[in-house]
Structure formats: structure tokens, C-alpha cells
Design a protein around this ligand. Structure first.
Ligand code: ADP
Ligand code: MG
Length: 612
């Protein structure tokens, strides 16, 4: 049977819809819960698997969604406050609105507080507020304390009533599938690339013009809203709420689901919810019989199981399932919407050759007692290649960070396109036309070369999250991908565009970084050791490319160890030693400078050799 995974998915959904009415009540209930859990887990896939932020506290957001509607539907205060004759059937929808609003507010606040925490402090922070919200539910009298609220009405829409799993289940699964579709679209867009870039480290993402703090909060809010939506449906399925299902150990279970299913994969959320829910059913039946007493033993079994899964299948089960099913599934050959006509991306007019684009004035950087940069002056002009050289530890990387917004000078001034820039984040450098590569390559290894390079054009697009989710971004996306492909071909990697970046040789990965920088249409290009790891022919090709870019009017600053490469290519050279500039001039002038020859001691052969 040769069908694609897409067709299989659609067939599965159709089959489920057909037999739904024939399933026993108990199965329908379990299926409905799986859908509810998967909705929360899908948010966690986005947050944890894609965005790299771990949260144990999602159950609290489910609770906000559930309690909001429970309160609205049952509170005499609400009934008194609403206009007389307000149809009671609309109360759950008011509850949904309130739940989403409250969750939005709480998630924004908690996000702005906790997401600043780094490393293990972030998950610990989520445990802290997860517990707090649980106890708030339990201790608020208006929410019924630990007894909760009973007597919720069923969801109704016109004359339709969704009172039982038979009717509410399809709504739940409909919402889930819609959410998966929207999230899938989001990940497959300009904004999705920016979200994935969060995992590549803040420095890289910010250099591509992504406001990482903003994206982290947005992702956090998105996951929270999905949880609240699940809570709203849950409340009207269960028809009563109490704090127990919103406790921190349920929060841990949600994370189990995402991780076991495959934290980087949306369908992994469904698989994880399915497995954990069924397993929990079984364990709750069997464990008390085996152990002869009742208690939450399944949580211990879960913990052990999670360890095993993470040991054996670090990426969760979904990629395994995918890999295994690939044998008998036809690959999806969906083209990126050939019918749309690409829009024109934002273009930058490059400054005329010879104009100063990047300038440092007396830039110093102190690390404790060490003066890593000592009043460094340097200018980069449009249409020139400027090389920064110096022995190891001379302060080149420190300076590079200072003029690209990664670090702030202790004193001195950095100007880009005439604007004073010290203290500003690197995304503002990117906005003004600075493109850069990294000494230690920072690519998303699992993503294709094309995707990596397209991230470089992030700033040139406009479409936001909602447009991406609804697929309204296709014309712009086509333009971005076309631009990325153009830069890849120009850099000589056209054949490798669809390969995962990590499968390329290190030297090629450096070139991918150059292509990524070029996709942002920079005026100033900063390259940290671009020739390292390149073979002789590749170095020559790189020199030809940089020469071409120079003639197009780019200003290029290279930090490089390969003297032959530098001497043949650079128009001007600045030499650093112990953080200070000891020489500046043309390659010929620098090579004749006795201080430079001294500084290089053993390396003087290198210089002389390159001169010959
Ligand atoms: P280069 O790139 O020329 O090899 P660097 O700029 O990396 O030199 O380092 C210059 C000096 O500053 C070195 O002595 C290094 O140990 C020191 N240094 C660099 N970064 C830091 C830091 N974050 N904290 C403390 N010292 C640093
Ligand atoms: Mg360095």
C-alpha cells in the first residue's frame, strides 16, 4: 500500500469519525480525555521541544481555563451582573473568553518573571508557580475551595447540545486537529524559523534580528492558551471542577506526554497523550491488585518508564514510528505552493563605496583586571575588505563582540551607519545592516541548509504568527525561500540546499553561515575566521566570493589566521596585540612593520612567506 503519511492521517481521522458513534461509552470518554491532554501536550511540544523551555506548570493553565468557565456558569454574582434575559446557554462562551483573557494575563506576567531564569532555574520556577496556582484554587472560597464547583451546564450551540463524550468528543478532537494544523503552519514559516532559532542560542537568534525575549514570552503564552482551551473543554466534559487535576504532578504528566511522544514533533503530543493515558488506566487497575494497597504508585512507574524511554529514544517515540513507517509510506511530495507569486522583500540601498559604515572609537573592554581591548580604533568602509589579525588572546573576538552588539564596551563608542550603537542589542545592529558569522558555527543542524539560510532573511519579512498559522504568508514565504536559494547558489552550495546542515563538512557549514548573513542583505559583513577548516580550493572559492561582494559595495571585516588568505584579499589590515592596535595599513605596510614582525615572533615566517 503506497500512500503518503498525509493521506494516512486523513484516512485515520475519517475512520475514527465513521466508527465514533459505534464505540462504547467508556472508550468515547477515554478518547475525549486523550484529545484534551494532547492539546496541552501540543503546547508543550512548541514550548519545550521546539523552543527549549521546560515547564512543569501547564496544569495550572488548564485549571485557569476550567475554573474561569465554572465560575462564570455558576456564580450568582455573575448572574446578577449580567443583563436580565442574558441567555444562560451563552455562559460557557463567556467563560471561554474570560479563561483565555485571564490566562493571557497570568502567562504574560509569569513569563516575564520566569523566562529570564536560565538553565535549571526555569523549570524550578514553573514548579513554584504551578504549586502556587493550585493552592490558590484550593483556598479561594468563591471557587469552592478543595471541594470545587459542581453543576456546570453542558456546552450548547444553537439547538445542539454537547452533553456527553459522544457529542463533545468530536468537538475536542476537532479543536485539537485545528490546533495541530495551525501549529504545523506556524512552524513551517518565517516565524517558525525564528522560534526554532531560540534553541540555537540567544546570541545567534538575536544576530538574525529575532527579539528572543519577545518570542519566548509569545511562545509561553501560546502554550498557556492551548492549555486553557483544554481546561474549558474539560470543565464542560466533566461538568464539575476541583483543584486535583491541576496539581503539579499532573503538570509533570503533561510533560511526560510531550517527551515520551517526541518533544520536537506535534504528532508526538497525540502519541504521548494516547500512550500515557492508556498506560495510566492499566496501571491504576493493576498496581493496587499487585501491591495489595492503593496509592499513586503509577507516578513512580511513570518516572522509571520515562528514564527508560529517554535512555533508548532520546527524541521520543514519534520519530521512531516515523522512521519505521517510512518503509511502506510514500514520501510527501508537497511543493511549497507553486501558485503564489512571490512578493518583493524589503530591500536595502547600500551606501556608496568608500563611506565609513562601521567605526569604533577608543573601544576598551575590561574583564576584571584584564584589559582585553585597549582603546581600539577601527573603521570599516563600504567596498573594502578589512582584516583584523593578531596572535591568540590578542582580543580579536572580544572586539568582534563589541562591534556586533553581543557585548558592551567598558568605554568608547561604536557607530554603525552613523548611529551610536554601544549598549544596544545585536538585533538592532542587524536591523541597520550588519551581518555576521560565528567562529564556532551556529546552525540548526537538523534543519536544511535552505531553512538555515532563510532565517537570515527574517528581518525582511513582515507576516506575524496569526498570518502564518492561517497560511496567509505564502507569498512572502516563497520570496524568502527564493532569496535563500539564490544566496546558497551564489555561495556555491546549490546542490546541498535540501540537506540537513549538520551533514555538511565544517568548512561548508562556514559558507552556509555566510549565505545566511547575505540573505539579510547586509551593508557590513563580519566574518570570524571564515577560512578555518576550508580546503585549498574552497579557500580560493571563498576569496572569489568575498572579492565579488566587495565589488558589489559591501564592507567586509574578517578576523582570520590564514596569513596568505588575508594578505591576498585585504585592502587594509589592523593588527592587535595585548588588546591594543600596534599597526594599521595596507598588507605591504603591515608586513614591513617591525612591531608586527616582533608580535608574530615564530609567525614572522608566515608573514614573510605570504609576502613572497
Ligand atoms: P582572540 O580572539 O584574539 O584570541 P579574545 O578576545 O578571545 O582573543 O581574548 C582576549 C583576552 O580576553 C584573553 O586573555 C581572554 O582570556 C580574555 N577574555 C575573553 N573573554 C573573556 C571573558 N568573558 N571573561 C574574562 N576574560 C576574557
Ligand atoms: Mg578568537
Amino acid at each position: 500500500m503506497m500512500i503518503t503519511s498525509r493521506q494516512l492521517t486523513l484516512a485515520g481521522i475519517a475512520a475514527l469519525a465513521l466508527v465514533w458513534g459505534l464505540l462504547p461509552e467508556f472508550t468515547l470518554t477515554v478518547m475525549s480525555y486523550i484529545g484534551l491532554y494532547a492539546l496541552v501536550a501540543a503546547g508543550l511540544v512548541m514550548l519545550t521541544g521546539v523552543g527549549g523551555m521546560t515547564s512543569f506548570g501547564q496544569a495550572a493553565f488548564v485549571g485557569l481555563g476550567a475554573y474561569a468557565t465554572a465560575w462564570v456558569c455558576t456564580s450568582p454574582w455573575v448572574a446578577a451582573w449580567l443583563p436580565a434575559g442574558f441567555p444562560r446557554a451563552l455562559l460557557p462562551w463567556v467563560g471561554l473568553l474570560l479563561g483565555l483573557l485571564v490566562t493571557y494575563g497570568v502567562a504574560r506576567f509569569l513569563g516575564s518573571v520566569t523566562l529570564r531564569l536560565s538553565g535549571h532555574y526555569l523549570p524550578l520556577g514553573t514548579i513554584a508557580w504551578g504549586l502556587s496556582i493550585y493552592y490558590i484554587f484550593g483556598n479561594l472560597d468563591v471557587l469552592g475551595g478543595f471541594t470545587g464547583i459542581t453543576g456546570l451546564p453542558p456546552l450548547t450551540l444553537g439547538s445542539l447540545s454537547f452533553a456527553t463524550p459522544l457529542y463533545l468528543g468530536p468537538v475536542i478532537w476537532g479543536v485539537l486537529l485545528l490546533a495541530l494544523w495551525a501549529l504545523h503552519n506556524l512552524l513551517d514559516s518565517r516565524e517558525g524559523r525564528a522560534i526554532r532559532a531560540l534553541k540555537g542560542g540567544r546570541v545567534m537568534a538575536e544576530s538574525m534580528g529575532v527579539d528572543t525575549a519577545h518570542y519566548r514570552i509569545k511562545l509561553f503564552v501560546l502554550a498557556a492558551l492551548l492549555a486553557a482551551l483544554s481546561g474549558w473543554l474539560y470543565a464542560h466534559l466533566q461538568r464539575f471542577v476541583n483543584p486535583t487535576p491541576f496539581n503539579i504532578n499532573i503538570g509533570i504528566e503533561y510533560l511526560f506526554m510531550a517527551v515520551v511522544g517526541g518533544a520536537g514533533y506535534l504528532w508526538g503530543a497525540v502519541l504521548g497523550a494516547l500512550l500515557i493515558t492508556l498506560l495510566k488506566e492499566q496501571l491504576q487497575d493493576w498496581l493496587p491488585r499487585l501491591l495489595g494497597s492503593s496509592g499513586n504508585f503509577e507516578i513512580i512507574v511513570f518516572g522509571l518508564l520515562m528514564l527508560v524511554v529517554l535512555q533508548r529514544f532520546a527524541d521520543g517515540l514519534w520519530p521512531r514510528l516515523n522512521h519505521w513507517s517510512a518503509r511502506w509510506l510514500r514520501p510527501d511530495t508537497r511543493q511549497a505552493a507553486p501558485s503564489v507569486r512571490p512578493v518583493t522583500l524589503a530591500q536595502r540601498t547600500l551606501p556608496p563605496a568608500g563611506e565609513v559604515i562601521l567605526q569604533s572609537r577608543d573601544v576598551s573592554r575590561r574583564f576584571g583586571g584584564l584589559l582585553a581591548n585597549d582603546a581600539v580604533n577601527m573603521t570599516l568602509k563600504a567596498g573594502e575588505v578589512h582584516a583584523l589579525i593578531g596572535p591568540n588572546g590578542a582580543g580579536k573576538s572580544t572586539f568582534f563582540n563589541m562591534i556586533s552588539g553581543v557585548d558592551t564596551p567598558s568605554s568608547g563608542e561604536v557607530r554603525l551607519m552613523g548611529a551610536v550603537m554601544q549598549g544596544k542589542p545585536s538585533r538592532e545592529f542587524a536591523a541597520l545592516g550588519l551581518g555576521r558569522t560565528f567562529q564556532h558555527v551556529r546552525l540548526l543542524g537538523q534543519r536544511s541548509v535552505l531553512e538555515n539560510v532563510a532565517l537570515g532573511a527574517h528581518r525582511r519579512g513582515r507576516q506575524g504568527w496569526i498570518a502564518s498559522m492561517l497560511r496567509l504568508d505564502r507569498a512572502e514565504e516563497a520570496a524568502i525561500l527564493a532569496e535563500a536559494r539564490r544566496q546558497i547558489e551564489r555561495c556555491g552550495l546549490g546542490d546541498l540546499a535540501d540537506r540537513p546542515a549538520a551533514s555538511l563538512a565544517l568548512g561548508q557549514q562556514r559558507v552556509v553561515e555566510i549565505a545566511r548573513a547575505l540573505a539579510g542583505q547586509p551593508a557590513a559583513l563580519l566574518l570570524d575566521e571564515p577560512a578555518a577548516g576550508l580546503r585549498h580550493l574552497e579557500k580560493q572559492a571563498l576569496a572569489v566570493l568575498l572579492d565579488q561582494l566587495r565589488s558589489e559595495g559591501l564592507g567586509i571585516l574578517v578576523v582570520e589566521h590564514d596569513m596568505e588568505f588575508v594578505m591576498n584579499l585585504a585592502d587594509r589590515i589592523t593588527v592587535l596585540e595585548f588588546g591594543a592596535v600596534i599597526a594599521e595599513g595596507t598588507p605591504a605596510q603591515v608586513q614591513a612593520n617591525p612591531r608586527v614582525l616582533d608580535a608574530y615572533l615564530g609567525g614572522s615566517d608566515d608573514l614573510a612567506g605570504a609576502a613572497a
